[in-house]
Design a binder for this molecule. Structure first.
Ligand SMILES: [Zn+2]
Length: 253
């Protein structure tokens, strides 16, 4: 039976991004997003080992195995976005040119051990230029500042609207409102220019690195997130964090 080729674009959040820090260190949970563009499966970021099982589970739920992924775009090479890259040994791995040149070849603040840098060199990451096609309907958007060669991904949806997977160029809604990511590891004015660059694309949805999707009107989705603390008793302490879409009343319960 001949394979039916669909041109439909679909974006699925395999792992919602969350921003959690603690006095015991960061618990970075980066967004992992799947783009299905025709017969191409593209992952934007892959997360770290703390979410490895959850990622594989989400992929199974989407009827995908790691070998089904054709392309992985690493928005940048901070650990929370890319450690699981070894799962995708059949995929072409893409990252921004200066991320490779400055981010790990010179070993500036990229948050990695040298062993991980060696792995990246071994698996052969290909560098992308600004505007370069990732798939038929998605492109790399160079958005440096947070890191030297950060890339976002812009997607032309079937209805003509634009979705931007922003990574840590816009890690959360707060960064969008203040025109600056929380953390700058490379260059502040580049970081501001990158936020402006994404805004100029007038995206109907931004999927940030560490927050729920939003646009200029506010959050688009309700995300609920439980922090579970083990107690000495059989009961856990659970702290629930929520984002609330702009058109919904705020519920603090
Ligand atoms: Zn980062």
């Amino acid at each position: 039976m001949p394979q039916v080729r669909s041109n439909r674009m679909k974006i699925e959040r395999l792992q919602p991004g969350r921003g959690i820090r603690s006095n015991a260190g960061t618990m970075g949970v980066a967004a992992v997003t799947l783009i299905r563009d025709g017969d191409q499966n593209i992952l934007v970021d892959v997360g770290h080992f703390g979410g490895r099982d959850e990622l594989l589970q989400a992929m199974r739920a989407a009827n995908l195995q790691p070998r089904d992924i054709d392309t992985v775009v690493l928005t940048h090479i901070h650990w929370d976005h890319c450690i699981n890259v070894d799962l995708f040994d059949r995929a072409t791995i893409l990252a921004g040119r200066d991320e490779l040149r400055l981010g790990y070849m010179m070993g500036i603040k990229d948050g990695h051990t040298r062993y991980f840098k060696e792995l990246l060199k071994k698996i052969g990451v290909r560098s992308v230029k600004d505007g370069e096609k990732v798939s038929d309907n998605s492109r790399a958007v160079l958005t440096p500042g947070h890191s030297p060669g950060h890339v976002a991904v812009s997607i032309k949806e079937d209805d003509g609207s634009t979705t931007v997977i922003a990574g840590d160029a816009i890690p959360n809604y707060r960064a969008y409102l203040r025109n600056m990511p929380d953390l700058i590891f490379y260059n502040k004015s580049d970081a501001r220019a990158s936020v402006t660059k994404i805004k100029k694309m007038k995206p109907s949805m931004i999927i940030p690195g560490h927050d729920s999707p939003f646009n200029d009107k506010g959050y688009l989705l309700h995300d609920e997130f439980n922090l579970i603390l083990r107690r000495e008793t059989e009961e856990n302490s659970i702290i629930t964090l929520k984002t609330v879409p702009a058109d919904k009343p705020v519920d603090f319960t």
